[in-house]
Design a protein around this ligand. Structure first.
Ligand code: ADP
Ligand code: TRP
Length: 321
């Protein structure tokens, strides 16, 4: 079984990325042959600063390795180190109906918000399809917001297979219901583009301040809160604290007598200690960047070996060679 996922180097990773995509992906390393990559080509659709892209790419590499990606087991690489994927994108583009892309939420949302869209943003799901299909991927672990893109990939693969004969493996998205949509500081989906994130790694003081500033309602601490399970701090605590601790706090909030300040303080402490080991590992890796670059180079080599085979298969099927 081959597992594949990617993440854009578009800013510091946050709890939504970690629980929605990274942790499920890291757990799957044990269950099959995993390919994880940094989608730097994709980031070009919305990030136009070369130095920032370079910095973010290295940051994502450090984040992934610090959180437990095992480069001996898993092929870890940078998307643009496998340029075959852009050639496959062209082949796929020609069997992709316009309507399929016009229906994509991520594209429609940008239009609705009045964000100027480039052709790359419109064609984004076709590049994503090439990412997935070029490694004969079976399983694609992602958060809920990427589900539609994996469905588009399936449609494109089916269309290509119908047109040119069996060429591509049809992939399945894998979405964990409990962390499909991690809420951000404002209760909406946590996302870099909404400015409501809690980063995985960052300055302790700034992060404590962010968590302590989460807005709560004006009920007094004594008042019982029958809707305790809807409380944002409780929802986040469930992710980073042991289950018995989280349910104890939920019960205390429901019964009345627990102040929001104390709850947020507890949330910060559990969040901070949850990532303590990863933080330590990240600092070690940051002091040994040669190793990080070597991991990515080796990953690119292994990824390219497979990508060139699958691309060759598609070119033969389409009568290009
Ligand atoms: P962002 O919305 O912050 O730009 P990305 O689009 O880079 O995040 O997402 C990277 C991965 O993390 C994707 O698989 C996405 O589904 C997942 N993800 C992002 N935000 C969340 C969230 N709030 N809850 C669950 N998964 C998320
Ligand atoms: N579009 C994904 C995101 O923004 C990143 C991505 C690119 C990806 N190619 C992929 C995810 C292939 C899974 C599989 O999060």
């Amino acid at each position: 079984m081959r597992i594949l996922s990617g993440i854009q180097p578009s800013g510091a990773l946050h709890l939504g990325n970690y629980f929605g995509m990274m942790r499920p992906a890291l757990e799957l390393q044990e269950r099959g042959e995993a390919f994880y990559f940094i989608a730097d080509y994709h980031s070009m659709t919305s990030l136009f600063d070369a130095n920032e892209r370079r910095r973010n790419t290295l940051d994502v590499a450090l984040d992934f390795l610090a959180c437990g990606l095992d480069p001996k087991r898993t092929v870890f690489f940078k998307q643009s180190d496998v340029p075959e994927v852009t050639e496959l994108t062209w082949l796929l583009t020609t069997v992709t109906p316009m309507g399929l892309l016009e229906r994509c939420h991520s594209y429609k949302d940008k239009i609705a918000k009045g964000i100027p869209v480039n052709h790359g943003l419109f064609a984004y799901p076709v590049l994503m399809a090439a990412d997935i299909l070029i490694y004969d991927s079976n399983i694609v672990p992602v958060g809920q917001d990427q589900k539609q893109h994996v469905e588009v990939t399936r449609d494109i693969a089916i269309k290509f297979n119908e047109t040119y004969g069996e060429t591509f493996v049809i992939p399945e998205p894998l979405i964990r219901a409990e962390t499909a949509k991690v809420p951000g500081l404002d209760g909406e989906k946590m996302s870099k583009s909404y400015g409501n994130t809690i980063e995985i790694f960052g300055d302790e003081k700034a992060l404590r301040k962010k968590i302590m500033a989460i807005k709560m309602d004006s009920r007094t601490p004594q008042e019982p809160k029958p809707d305790a399970d809807q409380n944002l701090a409780i929802q986040l605590l469930k992710l980073v604290a042991p289950a018995d601790v989280a349910s104890d706090f939920e019960n205390r909030l429901r019964a009345g007598g627990l102040g929001y300040g104390d709850l947020k303080k507890t949330l910060f402490e559990h969040y901070w200690s949850y990532f303590a080991t990863a933080r330590q590992k990240r600092a070690e890796l940051a002091a040994n960047l040669d190793h990080v670059h070597a991991v990515l180079r080796d990953g690119a080599c292994r990824a390219r070996a497979l990508a060139s085979q699958v691309l060759a298969r598609a070119k033969v099927a389409a009568g290009l060679s």
